[in-house]
Design a protein around this ligand. Structure first.
Ligand code: CS2
Length: 489
């Protein structure tokens, strides 16, 4: 690739349709934490389309994207892909970046600036440090931070920033989680409160007061499929725009953002960019987390075990698609309380989006961090079904597929699977026999309550045996069959 690098001086060489509007002057109004592809293809795009608010994007760990953005004056392209259709646009809403571990002062100052009116977060499920009871899991690292140590966690850094904001009398602010968690606003509020109460009382009180009276915690549902960028995507952007862009992201055209309107310091006119403000996000949230993310995880583990590289390949396999449809109609949709949504139509759209062959979303990417994702996506449906006297046959198969995938890390042809999960070491098994023998124990790492329920563990073992004997495709095909009278309590 010999194209010149994308930067401010080269914007006028871009095709007119791809050129960003002029940047607003003045300091950024939004601090965003989490510089992943999802933010660049979602909130940054909605913010750009809403007007002239700028974003200071903070990377909690890695420096790759941050350095690429800096080399490009923070301009980057979003490539939208569907079937054979491609189109790119350059974004200008990220106006500055900071690296949390090495530029902490810059981040804390931004949180304390009156210009900053909202903080948005995409830090993945792990970033919230939530325990099984929905409260902060206070470990040594968090305790040390609360006692005055350098904040290295996102929660610790946010609280120190707010402390500085109170001292500066910089006014109200929204703290808007954009992660795939149920009640993400309330979850963020609760971990921040819990962190404050780990601090010495004198320090905690003004903070807690601020959280209660000056901070807004909007709940949101965010949705856009944004796989990790590939070299092919970068080549495509270069060909289309005539510039080299190392921070480009590729995504499906679809984008959804539903939020409560709790931004006490003001916010961009996001409704202009299609954001839906509503008093209650719960129905959208259940539909999105259980139907979309739940079936995504199912396809990631079963597809990965069956040897499929991408979600699109997995969902185009009749056996897996049939299984996922029956999982949704028999076990997931009945647990979603969303009378305003046509759930069957929603499920169809979701499966159609997964089949977009241009996306090349890797099963291994969606499979990562399953121990953080499954509780949010599927374990709630399992509990509800069991309480209602319905057998969670297929959801148990997905849990078994996660366990087999993570414990053995080989697919059905014996090829190595790349496992990335905080629980990976704790649920590893040497072979199939050990996996079966220790299934209940390994499950207890994911969910102690389910592991203590013999009805569920019997189903889990049956599914582990089936996956081992028949392989993921054949076993899913068999479990996907809907039997007469099934699903009734
Ligand atoms: C996916 C999500 O990686 C995953 O676990 O299920 O990132 C999914 O692509 C997004 O939530 C779509 O909005």
């Amino acid at each position: 690739m010999t194209e010149p690098r994308l930067n401010a001086s080269r914007l006028d060489r871009l095709p007119a349709a791809a050129r960003p509007g002029a940047r607003g002057q003045g300091p950024p109004g939004i601090v965003h934490i989490g510089l992943g592809a999802f933010h660049r293809a979602h909130q940054a795009v909605h913010t750009q389309d809403a007007g002239d608010w700028g974003i200071l994007a903070v990377s909690p760990r890695s420096t790759d994207v941050l350095e690429s953005l800096r080399a490009q004056d923070h301009y980057y392209a979003v490539l939208s892909k569907e079937g054979s259709h491609r189109s790119s646009r350059v974004m200008s809403s990220i106006v500055d970046t900071a690296h949390l571990p090495t530029q902490q002062e810059k981040v804390l100052d931004a949180l304390a600036s009156p210009a900053t009116r909202a903080v948005t977060l995409t830090v993945t499920e792990k970033g919230y440090r939530l325990g099984p009871d929905g409260r902060l899991l206070a470990d040594d690292e968090l305790r040390a931070e609360a006692a005055g140590g350098t904040p290295r966690t996102i929660i610790g850094a946010l609280v120190r920033g707010l402390q500085r904001r109170i001292a500066a009398d910089a006014g109200p602010i929204a703290l808007a989680s954009c992660d795939n968690l149920p009640g993400n606003g309330a979850a963020l509020r609760s971990v921040l409160h819990d962190f404050c109460w780990l601090m010495p009382g004198g320090e905690a009180r003004p903070l807690v007061e601020f959280l209660e009276s000056e901070a807004g915690f909007p709940s949101s549902v965010v949705d856009r499929i944004v796989p990790a960028t590939t070299e092919d995507d970068l080549a495509r952007v270069a060909a289309e725009l005539g510039v080299r862009d190392r921070a480009a992201v590729a995504a499906e055209p679809y984008s959804q953002w539903v939020s409560t309107d709790e931004f006490p310091g003001g916010r961009p006119d996001w409704a202009r960019s299609g954001v839906v403000f509503t008093a209650d996000t719960a129905p959208y949230e259940q539909a999105k987390l259980r139907v979309l993310n739940g079936s995504h995880s199912a396809l990631a583990y079963l597809g990965g075990l069956a040897g499929y590289e991408t979600i699109a390949e997995a969902v185009q396999d009749e056996a897996l698609e049939g299984f996922v449809r029956s999982l949704l109609t028999e076990e997931v949709l009945p647990t979603v309380d969303a009378p305003e949504i046509d759930l069957h139509a929603y499920a169809d759209t979701v499966l159609r989006r997964f089949a977009n062959p241009a996306l090349k979303h890797r099963t291994a990417q969606v499979a990562s961090d399953g121990s953080q994702k499954l509780p949010v996506r599927l374990l709630g449906a399992i509990r509800q079904n069991m309480t209602a006297g319905r057998s969670p046959l297929r959801t148990a198969l997905v849990v078994a597929a996660w366990l087999r995938y993570t414990a053995l890390s080989v697919d059905d042809r014996g090829a190595e699977l790349a496992v990335s999960d905080p629980l990976a070491d704790r649920v590893r098994a040497a072979d199939e026999a050990e996996l079966l023998a220790r299934a209940d124990r390994l499950l207890s790492e994911l969910d102690a309550e389910l592991a203590a329920d013999s009805r569920f563990t019997a189903l889990l073992r049956e599914n582990l045996r089936g996956l081992g004997a028949a392989g993921a495709r054949a076993w899913a095909a068999e479990q996907g069959v809907v039997r007469a009278g099934e699903g009734r309590a």
